[in-house]
Ligand binder design. Sequence first.
Ligand code: GLV
Length: 439
Amino acid sequence: MDPTNKPKGPSPHYSLYQRQVFHHGGTAGQLPTFSVHPEELEDSAKKKLTDRGYLYASSNAGMGWTDRANREAFYRWKIVPRMLIDTNTRDLTTNIFGHKIPAPIMFAPIGINKLYTPLGELVPAKIAGELGLPYCLSTAGSQPIEAVARANDEGASSHNESNKVWSYHGPNGREAKSPRFYQLYMGHDDEITLSLLHRAWKSGFDVLMLTTDTWQLGWRPTDISIANYTFYYKGTPGNEIGESDPVFMKKYGDELKKEKGKWIDSHVWHGKAHTWDKVKWLIQKWKEISGGRPFVLKGIQSVDDAIKAHEVGCDGIVVTNHAGRQVDGAVGSLDVLPDIAKAVRDKMTIIFDSGIRTGADVFKALALGAHVVEVGRLYVWGMAHEGESGCRHVMKSLLADLDILMTVAGYPVLRDVDPSALKFNPHGIPPARGEHAKL
Ligand code: GLV
């Protein structure tokens, strides 16, 4: 590939990463230390992790059929390549809630990152900052909100002229150097909820996302098999956001000393469902605190729920089945996307999540109506390998994959990609896991 072929459009030339990898190998004998083929990546990450780390990230509800349904849904949609299109000026940029971002990809909220790398959430937050992609922190995270914000800014500040990929301008003059969202697991003590919202807002997280599919973890037999709930074990991570919360500590600090699960049991995965009225309350509080910044509902899989989310005042939804980890035997997330998009896409932002592994997956989700996609397990496996550099390699590889797909498939502008770029094949299922290696 011609290295002088610099980007002409507004996007970074992510495809050059392919040449960089080949060139480092060919000229300096520096080979990547792991494969980014999604299945090989997971297999090699497994060897790097403890059983607790590997099983927690890989576990699914029940038989894992929803996880598989997510992948099958991607398999059934096929891309129709177009030839002799001028793709020399490509545009992968998009806008999400006033943030101009270089590619339609964000870092999904994932809990307890210290299971995968010692610095936990600081690692993906920093890499997201470097790449200018939105980072979403989970309430089940293992680093204080404030520390994650600093790492995210540090990543964004680390650009110099030679590696600069994007410069970020936040809305309303907010301090944050890179867009960041906060995913709330909401307990039933409103003072603690409000304390979390204030902390998130003060730390520059300016989009609030409420998860509605996980009042309690789904039944995940592989985690059950080793009683895999880090929050109850001595000396293991999981309480950091609670321990750094002044309101939680004032009210429950003494109890936390005696009962390590107090934070998770009372405020995160308490098993007591909320309903739509509470969502209205939360939207009102968030809007007051943030001066009207967006509120997003996560876990939507039905058209009726998407419409209801709009009616109660949500600015966006995340179409996700929690990556197959909650309801086994559920519909694939991509399967429900077209109808949801038909119903609400012109009124709300749609973030797609569940099963994204490749550039082609990103392309398909956008073609079927998503504005932006979330990537989760991929970056977990990356940081399980080599912390920052592993996370960076996986995400830069995904961006290169998407950019190259656009040029070879003949689609210069991603946000104009629509269902006509795809053909549906109702038959066929993807090879079983591991089968690709035998093909
Ligand atoms: C948390 O979000 C989980 O799926 O374990």
